[in-house]
Write a protein that binds this ligand. Structure first.
Ligand code: NAD
Length: 491
């Protein structure tokens, strides 16, 4: 399997959603065309579900939680189900990578990297399922008090299109390890690997009704799911605006939520840093997945004495970057859809109109298919910290450079957006590494490195508009469960 396979996988397939362990169409029979962002051509379709389909899926998950074998299964057995899913993802890795790559347009090597991360999530949470436990608490004489970590019940998961398979895995891994059941609504632009993984989950022995998938538009299926009264908890990864709508819907039923929203993450480079080591990391942090990464390092802040050197090195790299179809495996693929391509193009045009210097622009491969959604990478220098480019999430291959004068100025600039997801700090000064890492408002800080999306073991989530709650690592198991306190009066 290779290039040819990633160009033809799932050709002509009418995908079904998975409810109660069975492949089912939308009750209305309506479908959504699936196009490849590389050439804009339709190659498959998914069901367009509405409220009635959501109700079916939620009731299946409810029944599986309340009555099914899942609730009584020992934690070690739940863990083994996830471990088998890890093995099945590995076995079907080529197909999954090709499917993800064709569906989202991401270069095939990124599709493969996503498979590796997906495997690690199921492996990690498979192993963790029987290793999380409660406490005993010193209490009054004559009493014993203890805590249990219990599942919420039915969890609704609404996921985005940028890393569908990976984001699914971090939610499913943690939710199922803790004994919840699930209804997942993937993004309408990228649902295929989620449907395939749900099939593999059945093969792995996860009982019918535990892991349901409904497909459809956010405003229909997503809205109905987040508002459903039989849901116990909602986890969402996506844009801040949709996050607000989902929290409002869940608030009507007073349900808990985890929100993984956007970012405008800074990479701070001090003049004493190892600049040569930093440059490729700075570039990759924004170029990975075409910049469509919540934790993309989209702002590079450079101490003035090093500014010209860093700007020149980045410009050289950016000028050489090439966008092309997923199977050509170039620096970046197309963006997810025409609206996203035009939105990113709008940011670039507005920045140029405002006189922000464009330091370098990559290219689109001359043989990239006409109908694809391409946008060449762009590097802007001396960006005004109040400009839209400095404040808003572009979600594309656009990097902004900012000079700063000293440590206090760097921290002020780093914290000057409404977001707070990830930050990078480059300096050889150990005391400064600690000071800046503590003062930057971000859920993850990398010192002399950057991990856009990586580190399945590392707790991940935002401050401010980037959201609340934590996923990944052991922390996610706390988000996916609730503490019950039991007090025995034994005299
Ligand atoms: P989006 O908010 O448009 O869509 C995400 C999901 O929400 C999709 O499944 C969509 O169908 C659904 N949805 C849309 N409207 C809805 C509604 N009214 N009710 C319920 N569901 C609805 O986001 P996107 O464009 O798919 O993804 C890009 C965004 O996601 C970016 O802002 C990015 O930063 C963010 N993101 C964050 C993380 C993170 O972990 N922090 C990870 C990936 C992406």
């Amino acid at each position: 399997m290779g290039t040819h396979f990633s160009r033809s996988v799932a050709e002509g397939r009418a995908f079904m959603q998975i409810i109660d362990g069975r492949p089912v169409d939308a009750l209305s029979g309506e479908r959504i065309d699936v196009a490849s962002p590389s050439d804009g051509k339709v190659f498959a379709s998914i069901p367009a579900s509405g409220e009635a389909d959501v109700d079916r899926a939620v009731k299946a998950a409810r029944h599986a939680f309340d009555e099914g074998p899942w609730g009584r299964m020992p934690a070690v057995e739940r863990g083994r189900c996830l471990t088998r899913l890890f093995q099945l993802v590995e076995k079907n890795g080529e197909e999954l990578a090709a499917l993800e790559s064709r569906d989202t347009g991401k270069p095939i090597r990124q599709g493969k990297a996503d498979v590796t991360a997906t495997m690690r999530y199921y492996e990690f949470y498979g192993g963790a399922a029987d290793k999380i436990h409660g406490d005993t608490i010193p209490f009054l004489e004559g009493y014993t008090a203890l805590t249990l970590r219990e599942p919420h019940g039915v969890v609704a998961a609404i996921t985005p299109w940028n890393y569908p398979m990976q984001i699914l895995a971090r939610v499913v891994g943690a939710a199922l390890a803790m004994g919840n059941t699930l209804v997942v609504k993937p993004a309408e632009d990228a649902s295929l690997t989620t449907l395939r993984i749900a099939e593999l989950a059945l093969e792995a022995g996860i009982p019918a009704g535990v892991f349901n998938v409904i497909t459809g538009y956010g405003r229909a299926a997503g809205a109905a799911l987040s508002a459903h009264p039989l849901i116990d908890y909602v986890t969402f990864t996506g844009s801040p605006l949709t996050g607000t709508a989902i929290q409002q819907a869940a608030a009507v039923n007073n349900r808990g939520v985890t929100m993984e929203l956007g970012g405008k993450s800074p990479q701070i480079v001090f003049a004493d840093a190892d600049i040569d080591a930093a440059i490729p990391v700075l570039v990759n942090a924004i170029i990975q997945n075409g910049g469509q990464t919540c934790s993309a390092g989209s702002r590079v802040l450079v101490e003035r004495p090093a500014y010209e050197k860093v700007a020149a090195a980045l410009a050289e790299r950016f000028g050489a970057l090439v966008a092309g179809p997923h199977d050509a495996d170039l620096d970046i693929g197309p963006l997810i859809n025409p609206a996203q391509r035009d939105r990113v193009g709008g940011f670039i045009a507005a920045a140029q109109d405002a006189g922000i210097p464009l330091l370098a622009r990559g290219t689109v491969a001359p043989d990239a298919p006409e109908g694809g959604y391409y946008q060449a990478p762009a590097l802007f220098g001396n960006v005004d910290p109040d400009a839209a480019l400095a404040q808003e999430e572009v979600f594309g291959p656009v990097l902004s450079l900012f000079p700063f004068t000293d440590e206090a100025d760097a921290v002020r600039l780093a914290n000057s957006t409404e977001f707070g997801l990830v930050a990078g700090v480059w300096t050889r000064d150990g005391a400064r590494q600690h000071r800046v890492a503590k003062r930057v408002r971000a859920g993850q800080v990398f010192v002399n490195g950057y991990g856009a999306g990586g580190g399945i073991e590392l707790p991940f989530g935002g401050f401010k508009k980037s959201g609340h709650g934590r996923e990944k690592g052991f922390e996610a198991l706390f988000d996916m469960s609730a503490t019950k306190t039991i007090v025995f009066n034994h005299g």
